[in-house]
Design a protein around this ligand. Sequence first.
Ligand code: NAP
Ligand code: HSE
Length: 332
Amino acid sequence: MTVIRAALLGFGTVGQGVYEAIKTHQKRLQERLGKKVEIAGVLIRDLRKQRSLPKHILVTDNIEDILAIDDLDIIFEAIVGNEPCYTYLNQAIEKGCHIITANKAMFAQFGTKLLEKAKQHRVQVGFEATTAGGVPIIRTIEQLLQVNKIEKVEAILNGTSNFILSEMRKNKLSFPDALQLAQERGYAEADPTNDIEGIDAFYKLMILSELIYGGQPEWRTVEKQGIRTLTSEKVQLAEQKQKRYKQIASLTKKDGKVLASVKPILVNKAHPLYHVEDVDNAIKLETSLIGTFTLQGPGAGKLPTASAMVEDFIYVLEKDKSIKQQGEVVYS
Ligand code: NAP
Ligand code: HSE
């Protein structure tokens, strides 16, 4: 049986999740691909940390070692921030590797450039894990855009914020205690500022904007408000009035202009996002043919995010196979 060789950039919450998912689902992957999937290398930052990885896997802090792996087919990227990540993915594409990323901060800014570059080099890009964790929102939107028009999006796109608000309401935790719990569970970013200030949800909203409307509003024009000002008292008071605070990311297009915002909003029981709890994300889409529907599921964490990445893995390889079967004309 031939082998598909993959490398992981990052071995934190998400990288370990991808490693575990490939290990525990190897049989299913082999049945689907007709090939064994092998993790050949792992890039990390701190070589002194203990990693529970078998000896045959190359563990390095140098991207050149990863790019030098013979017959490397695909790279899973789960590191943090724009750089050096964007540079590494450019190098991977130039080497002819498919790439799958979970890095929304980088992808919101450089996604279009990476997709363009990947097209030139005839490789594929998977970015399902950048937005809403395990919820297959990217693929759903790609599917819908064949015919439907998406008129409006209202979404909970940050698992950490939703988790904090739920814990403050249900278990009466203070904001810092709820945040600490989100960090312990691997939901929050290494620096959680972007989670609680609405920036993480904003990046995801920009990725959706690019996908749905083919562009993004000017970033500085988008209202971004976090949940930091929401005290337990405010959350409890809302509960007494049968209302809940939800950090809602909204997106629509009016008179040819994309309008977007991220802010906490008080919703009542009738709102589809009212019942979205814990680390769940949910995306309410208003479309021209289906009407309105909502997708909901775990929006952060090790295995839900890994799920999005390994599903992308199959998607990317099958897309590549199908394009190659159709011939050169697809890339013209
Ligand atoms: P994490 O637990 O902090 O892990 C980050 C990993 O990247 C670590 O292994 C770290 O190395 C490595 N790393 C960081 N900077 C590096 C660099 N310059 N060169 C090489 N390695 C580097 O982060 P995470 O939660 O897994 O998140 C990873 C990415 O996925 C982020 O972009 C995040 O936004 C995104 N994401 C996270 C989730 C989630 O639920 N956590 C969900 C969706 C998307 P060391 O181990 O040596 O420190
Ligand atoms: N920190 C992010 C969140 C991870 O809490 O939603 C998933 O992108």
